[in-house]
Design a protein around this ligand. Structure first.
Ligand SMILES: C[S@@+](CC[C@H](N)C(=O)[O-])C[C@H]1O[C@@H](n2cnc3c(N)ncnc32)[C@H](O)[C@@H]1O
Length: 521
């Protein structure tokens, strides 16, 4: 494929001494600076919503209508979705969206979907059905189709992990419901279904809420690195590839398929289980010696109380310590740490699963307390930052704003600065959430932090986000526009308080320094 800003060629990641590579990758056609736009695509070739999101998300433009307040101001107030009168499965936010989806291919599957009734259908099946129907009716370009088909389906890996039987079953349903048996044989459909499972990325909102799965026929050639120099962001159906670091002409562009802030063994385990590869990125080649892997003290120097607690965990159930994802080493002290780490990651997963908000808050608080009482856990070591991040979201939902603020300021002065690069979308979203909270706290007229003006804090954060989001999401994106509007609104309020330009500038630079350095906890 020919594109002025990137090209696809053999990856630079070698897998063996003979110089064999991991297949194709995406390369820069020119130099990029951090925050630079590289390329965008109007819509992934495959995008399929989670079952829970089908009820509240437009199946065409992916606007998630729930909770349009809070940090998701880019969703217009009053946005609603209405079910397609035919299939009753997909919902759209406007007639225009419904029409677009209809012509993109829905007209060829609507009736078939209706015949399934209200039965739950996995997102990968719905996505695969749409792909097959569109291909059968000539609605996918040959180039897109070829790119998609060149991806590895990992059939042997699925056979090894025992999931191939289920893939064959799902493929059978996909063929039947899409009425494409006359065009594609069952092995081809199974292969396509497996390809979707093995190569899809998460479909996300601009504020990174997961909506489903997606595959883009060009960006699917981006290889993974645990030290990525680029990332993908989404604004509705539009996908943008942006640089997180400097990238030289002819250098390979990498994104991260997983959370690269996890300790090395967890990353490798996830990549092996979900993506079927042993990561050969520069960071993984160096082994578990990076900042994600270190504890505050060596395992043998852990406080006695912590060792006793870990022993009780090992006695109760030693499977988390034996899980390769938690492997730290073979000595007793290292196994104790693995048990502790297993307990913390289990807590992280449990609070994500539960629908009980107060229970989720309790789990996060207990796990965070365990991290600090262990005397071992640096603020930036996972799952501590991830637990704190989720706790903030839960506390905001529970309207516990003071507590949410306390954790935001811990996050701001600790992990946020070291975990994510300046242009990283996670950092943008965390700061945006903090800004919205600061603005709310300012409106209560309470002194949340002595000597700190919360409205100016909100403005300082929003101003910083405005500069970054223009580059990452694009000037015209719904997210950038909502940030610009918020900045103007807060500036308008503040200009009543700081009447002279000098006063405004002095307060602005004081808060900028606070946010850039040690924020008072
Ligand atoms: C979505 S594809 C990426 C593009 C692919 N290399 C191609 O030829 O089109 C994902 C596959 O690329 C390979 N891969 C990507 N990043 C890798 C890495 N860091 N180390 C080893 N293999 C990797 C794995 O085989 C993985 O299943």
């Amino acid at each position: 494929m020919s594109h002025p800003r990137f090209y696809i060629a053999r990856s630079s990641i070698c897998v063996n001494a003979a110089g064999e590579t991991i297949g194709d990758g995406v390369f820069a056609r020119c130099n990029y600076e951090p925050g630079d736009f590289i390329a965008s695509r109007p819509r992934p070739v495959l995008a399929s919503l989670e079952t829970e999101r089908l009820n509240d998300t437009c199946a065409n433009c992916f606007v998630w209508t729930q909770g349009s307040g809070g940090s998701r101001l880019y969703v217009k107030e009053g946005t609603k979705v209405q079910a397609c009168g035919g299939c009753k499965r997909f919902r759209y936010c406007s007639k225009a969206c419904q029409k677009e989806a209809w012509h993109r291919g829905h007209k060829h599957e609507c009736k078939n979907l209706r015949s399934i009734g209200g039965r739950e259908v996995p997102k990968a099946v719905l996505g695969c059905m749409e792909l097959l129907v569109r291909k059968k009716h000539g609605l996918i370009s040959d180039e897109d189709w070829e790119m998609l088909c060149s991806l590895d389906a990992h059939i042997e890996d699925f056979k090894r992990n025992g999931k191939y039987g289920n893939i064959e079953l799902m493929a059978m349903g996909t063929s039947q419901f899409s009425l494409t048996q006359d065009t594609f044989d069952k092995d081809f459909v199974a292969e396509m279904y497996a390809r979707i499972l093995a190569n899809s990325l998460t479909l996300i909102t601009p504020t990174l809420d997961p909506l489903g799965i997606m595959i883009d026929s060009t960006f699917c050639h981006l290889n993974h690195s645990c030290e990525p120099n680029a990332c993908l962001v989404m604004d509705g159906p539009v996908i943008r590839l942006v640089a997180l670091d400097s990238i030289n002409k002819d250098e390979e562009i990498y994104i991260s398929y997983i959370d690269p802030t996890n300790p090395s063994t967890r990353r490798q385990n996830e990549l092996k289980e979900r993506w079927f590869f042993d990561c050969k990125c520069t960071k993984c080649r160096e082994g578990p010696t990076q900042k994600e892997d270190v504890f505050l003290v060596n395992p043998e120097d852990a406080p006695e109380k912590c060792k006793e607690y870990a022993d009780s965990l090992l006695q109760r159930d030693d499977s988390p310590a034996n899980d390769p994802a938690n492997y730290i080493g073979d000595s007793l002290d290292e196994r104790r740490l693995a048990a502790l780490q297993g307990e913390l990651f289990n807590a992280y997963e449990e609070q994500q699963r539960t629908d009980d908000l107060q229970h989720a808050i309790r789990i996060c608080n207990n796990a965070i307390d365990l991290c600090s009482s262990s005397g071992l856990w640096p603020e930036r070591r996972q799952p501590l930052p991830a637990l704190r991040d989720d706790l903030i979201v839960h506390l905001l939902e529970a309207q516990e704003y003071d507590q949410a603020w306390a954790h935001c300021s811990r996050q701001c002065s600790n992990s946020m600065l070291v975990l994510y690069n300046h242009y990283h979308p996670i950092k943008i979203v965390q700061r945006w959430r903090m800004a919205m909270l600061a603005q709310y706290l300012a409106s209560t007229n309470k002194e949340t932090v002595p000597g700190v003006d919360m409205a100016m804090t909100a403005f300082t954060l929003v101003h910083e986000i405005e500069l970054v989001s223009k580059r990452i999401y694009g000037l015209d994106s719904a997210f950038s526009r909502s940030v610009q509007e918020k900045a103007a609104e807060i500036q308008g309020e503040l200009s009543k308080k700081y009447v002279s330009k000098e006063d405004f500038t002095a307060a602005f630079s004081k808060h900028k320094d606070l946010l850039a350095g040690k924020w008072p906890n």
